[in-house]
Ligand binder design. Structure first.
Ligand SMILES: [Zn+2]
Length: 382
């Protein structure tokens, strides 16, 4: 993305003289070629554009009368012609007024250097100011890895400034059809919670089956080893295990079908299940939920149906951030199910809030991957 940063600069007396020469020369050329183009148009020559004026400039600089133009950076001089051309374009497209002559008396004066810019050691370097650079006060740092595209030096009320246009190498965020995207969170009281507020209940049937399982396991332990009764009891336990496992899978299949039918982009966290199973209080619910099995189903069904599954690293603090305003209110104990955001006072449900955050985070990732950076240079205002 292109961004402009503006800083105050502190040029030396010598540098001020040279800066003022740049203001004067670029203003002179803007006015000179405005008159030139007016005359040409008046004579019916409508093909006069930037290229014609640039060729004229080259001739001009060779004349003794205009020798002083060579004291300024040639790119900056050409920028004056580009500015004029842009003003004409806006006028022709009915987006702006007819270009006006620039006045020496205007409180704001500026010139632009489009290339060979460097910022280092609190100094800004540009053509004709390469020796010592101009002292600059960077009240905020330029983003790392950014590419300097263009700088504009200006004077406003006897103070000097530099505007630096940079490309931060980040993709331009693109609006995504959020209605087709969903974030999923795994709950404890509920099995799965969606960012649209749908809660899939943790099937009570599991609890019944589990209680039954405990009972027959207790019976099994009382049977004599090697006895017929023991073998029968063993078989009962195995059958119940299979039944529970199938019940779980069926429930997960129903949910994964519904979700892959309804949404195009499915965002979810890759939970650190092993780490969580160390926590005894959680382990039973985790085993029931079978998050990994659910992810597996989502992935292959999404592949069939041409949908996208976005997995988000488990460190993402989905329960700490307010999904409404983005404020972070820190870690919360698991028994805290609802709270009010201290920033925007929105009443938040732990699981729904988390799933909205997961959806938003996933969409952010997809935007960065899919967008091509538009590498156009605009002009910066003063
Ligand atoms: Zn908030």
């Amino acid at each position: 993305m292109l961004k402009a940063y503006k800083y105050r600069i502190y040029p030396t007396k010598e540098q001020i003289t040279l800066i003022e020469k740049h203001f004067g020369s670029t203003r002179f050329l803007y006015n000179y070629f405005l008159e030139y183009r007016q005359k040409e148009y008046a004579h019916g020559n409508k093909k006069v554009g930037y290229m014609v004026t640039q060729a004229e400039l080259t001739k001009l600089k060779k004349l003794k009368e205009y020798e002083w133009l060579n004291e300024c950076g040639s790119q900056s001089l050409q920028m004056a012609l580009r500015d004029l051309d842009a003003a004409y374009s806006r006028f022709f497209k009915k987006q702006g007024e007819y270009p006006k002559f620039k006045s020496k008396k205007h409180t704001s004066q500026s010139f632009t250097a489009p290339q060979n810019i460097k910022v280092a050691n609190n100094r800004v370097y540009l053509p004709k100011f390469t020796k010592d650079g101009i002292k600059v006060k960077l009240h905020r740092e330029l983003p790392q890895n950014s590419v300097l595209k263009q700088t504009t030096i200006s004077r406003q009320n006897n103070q000097y400034f530099v505007s630096i246009l940079i490309d931060d190498n980040n993709a331009i965020p693109k609006p995504t059809k959020a209605k087709n995207a969903v974030g999923l969170d795994m709950g404890l009281t509920d099995l799965i919670i969606t960012s649209d507020g749908v809660k899939y209940p943790n099937n009570k049937y599991f609890v019944k089956s589990r209680q039954k399982l405990k009972k027959i396991q207790r019976r099994l332990s009382k049977k004599q080893k090697g006895s017929n009764n023991r073998n029968k009891a063993k078989l009962k336990v195995q059958k119940l295990h299979t039944k529970i496992s199938n019940q779980k899978k069926d429930t997960l299949h129903k949910i994964s079908n519904e979700i892959t039918n309804q949404y195009d982009i499915i965002c979810l966290e890759t939970l650190n299940v092993k780490g969580m199973q160390k926590n005894r209080r959680l382990s039973k619910s985790i085993a029931d939920v079978a998050w990994n099995e659910f992810m597996r189903q989502l992935e292959y069904k999404s592949e069939w149906k041409g949908k996208t599954v976005l997995k988000i690293d488990q460190w993402f603090p989905s329960s700490q951030i307010c999904s409404n305003c983005g404020a972070s209110s820190g870690e919360k104990e698991l028994n805290i199910r609802k709270w009010e955001c201290p920033q925007c006072h929105m009443k938040l449900d732990r699981d729904i809030n988390a799933s909205i955050n997961i959806r938003n985070y996933g969409l952010g990732q997809i935007d960065q991957r899919n967008t091509i950076v538009k590498n156009t240079v605009g002009t910066i205002g003063n």
